[in-house]
Design a protein around this ligand. Structure first.
Ligand SMILES: [Zn+2]
Length: 327
């Protein structure tokens, strides 16, 4: 049994049982309720008085530390049996609801989980929203959560609501053989546009899809996808949803790139305009970008109402104002 090479620091906690008594076949992801770096995580969980530990910690900068070797059982999930079979991971998170983890932590967590699976012969991660399936490991379920074993909110609703996505991203790294190929829709993610070629890699360029274009990928070949017009490199395509699910598609598009674009533009406008011009220009921008209807009513377009309530939008704008030091 080995430890992950992705770890940059190893401070072994006395809070453990050595060795574990069960093969590693489960992963339990926790939120630590604070943006604790690896040094703090190691110091915290190595305190003998704490009576708690974890196999790995992930800091807000994405660095990973080893606190209990994989061959040993950590004291993490309030369940003796779970921790004998699980690798436990404490993630730096916000200290407030929903205990979100940042993008660094997310990326390291996915890489760490994939590495754990590869070294321990776990072919894929399987999440279930059904507690019984989790604690009884039904249907191959091998992701468990602290809240199943104790009166705790851990891993927090942010992680809890995304464990399916985490499993999916880990499994993509594990190259879990997919079922029969299904067409899907993707959005071009390339600032200078994306070449559509007559054949993968070195085919003639037939056209260039502008950044943000949505295409349907109807077949794949070694990292290239066929759009109906030609082949595109899938490194520049963000898969958005099943082609059969237009609602999910719309949401995924807005969730991701389009929202970021609008947000960046909004931020630029905030910087570029003084307060007196701002509201007029912001309004024009909002109309031009389809955020609100023109005219005097200033109503939101339906697309936005489907995506978020006005209250949520106001919350986003308020966060943004805070970020820019305007409150
Ligand atoms: Zn926990």
């Amino acid at each position: 049994m080995s430890n992950s090479n992705l770890s940059c620091m190893r401070v072994i906690s006395p809070n453990r049982n050595s060795p574990r008594n069960h093969k590693i076949d489960t992963i339990t992801i926790h939120c630590v309720v604070g943006q604790m770096g690896v040094e703090s995580l190691c110091a915290h969980f190595s305190s003998p008085g704490l009576g708690a530990s974890c196999n790995y910690g992930v800091g807000p900068d994405g660095r990973i530390c080893t606190i209990v070797d994989e061959c040993d059982r950590s004291w993490c999930t309030s369940d003796w049996a779970n921790d004998h079979r699980a690798i436990t991971i404490e993630c730096a998170s916000d200290a407030f609801y929903p205990y979100a983890i940042n993008a660094n932590v997310w990326k390291s967590l996915v890489n760490l989980c994939a590495d754990i699976c590869e070294r321990n012969g776990i072919r894929k991660l399987v999440w279930s929203t059904d507690k019984n399936a989790r604690v009884s490991h039904l249907n191959g379920c091998n992701l468990t959560v602290h809240r199943d074993y104790d009166n705790k909110s851990c891993p927090g609703d942010y992680i809890y609501g995304r464990l399916g996505q985490i499993a999916k991203e880990v499994n993509q790294k594990l190259d879990v053989p997919a079922g029969p190929f299904k067409a899907y829709q993707g959005q071009v993610n390339a600032a200078d546009g994306l070449n559509c070629r007559t054949a993968p890699v070195s085919g003639q360029v037939r056209k260039v899809y502008p950044d943000g274009t949505v295409v349907a990928i109807t077949k794949e070949d070694s990292g290239w996808g066929y759009t109906g017009e030609g082949w595109v490199c899938l490194d520049y395509i963000n898969k958005i949803a099943s082609a059969k699910d237009p609602a999910a598609k719309e949401e995924a598009i807005m969730d991701g790139k389009a929202f970021k674009k609008m947000f960046d533009e909004m931020r630029q406008q905030w910087r570029d305009n003084d307060a007196s011009d701002y509201s007029k220009e912001a309004r024009q921008w909002a109309v031009d970008s389809g955020l609100i209807k023109g005219g005097t009513s200033g109503e939101f377009n339906g697309m936005w109402e489907d995506l978020m309530t006005r209250e949520q939008l106001v919350a986003v704008l308020y966060r943004f104002a805070q970020m820019m030091g305007q409150t």
